[in-house]
Design a protein around this ligand. Sequence first.
Ligand SMILES: [Zn+2]
Length: 57
Amino acid sequence: MAARKVTARTPKPKPCRVCKGTGEVAISVRVGRKRRVVGQQNGYCLNCFGTGDAPTS
Ligand SMILES: [Zn+2]
C-alpha cells in the first residue's frame, strides 16, 4: 500500500488578470457630452465579480 501523499493544500486560485486580484478596478467617471473625465473611482470588477480570483472555465 503505497499511499501517495496528496497535497493537502488547496490550489491557489489564479488572481484575476483584470483587477490583479483586488476585486476592484478603476473606472473613469465621465460627465457630459464631451465625456470629460472628472475622476476615477473604484468599481466592482466584472471579470471576477469582485472576488479577485480568475473565473474558472
Ligand atoms: Zn477581477
